[in-house]
Design a protein around this ligand. Structure first.
Ligand code: B16
Ligand code: MG
Length: 214
């Protein structure tokens, strides 16, 4: 296998997507409106700041920047409390085996996440040392669907974009990968990830044998 892999974090390595949703829904309910899981699809892979903008738009609410800053802080505090007990058992199905197989076959892999909490999460999963490169929300200036996070990851890996396979659970992430000619593998439903070049229902199907054939 002569390609490198770039993994998204939330929703691909670990099921933190559900905690992001719970934290955003609490913010919405506190503001007096509900926020559905369908609406939440728009927030996946998107930066914290952009997520709040989408949330406020869906509730038809306008707020001054100082209040938005408070809400961003409150959301993150709630999210951090939800993931405080997280450990390696919360990795998504098939991921531990896949990472072992990639390592055994010396296939380099990087993290390309929008999250500013990515390193904390990788530490909780004891995965930090497994990645050849880590690019997270603290390093990028543009959020997905801008491809910046994946381009930096490819550069750190020393691979051309066309030799990278991106694994993503968000529409924004799939668009980012496609924009720079990377192979995109979507994890989720075709209603959301119809732009992905390859689509798997879940991470149990994301095996070394599958990636080798791409
Ligand atoms: P944070 P990913 C993304 O991570 C999440 O999908 C998205 O829901 C979240 O808003 C974003 O990280 C920012 O996360 O608030 O922790 O900085 O999927 O790109 O790994
Ligand atoms: Mg994700």
């Amino acid at each position: 296998m002569n390609k490198a892999i770039i993994f998204d974090l939330d929703g691909v390595i670990v099921d933190t997507a559900k905690y992001h949703y719970l934290a955003w829904r609490k913010i919405a309910l506190d503001l007096g409106f509900d926020f559905s899981e369908v609406q939440n699809e728009m927030l996946k892979g998107v930066s914290r700041v952009q997520s709040l903008e989408f949330l406020l738009e869906s509730g038809n609410i306008q707020l001054p920047q100082a209040r938005k800053d408070e809400l961003l802080h409150a959301k993150n505090q709630h999210y951090l409390s939800l993931i405080s007990d997280m450990d390696a058992s919360e990795m998504l199905e098939g991921i531990p085996q896949l990472l072992q197989d990639l390592r055994q076959h010396q296939v380099p892999f990087a993290l390309g996440s929008a999250s500013k909490n990515a390193r904390l999460i990788l530490d909780s999963l004891n995965l930090t040392d497994w990645f050849t490169a880590i690019v997270d929300g603290n390093e990028v200036t543009q959020a997905k669907p801008d491809p910046e996070v994946f381009l930096i990851a490819a550069q750190k890996l020393g691979y051309k974009p066309e030799d990278c396979i991106v694994v993503e659970d968000s529409q924004a992430g799939i668009q980012a990968a496609n924009a720079v000619g990377m192979t995109s593998v979507g994890i989720g439903s075709k209603e959301v990830l119809y732009e992905s070049q390859f689509l798997l229902e879940n991470t149990a199907q994301l095996t070394f044998e599958f990636l080798k054939e791409l």
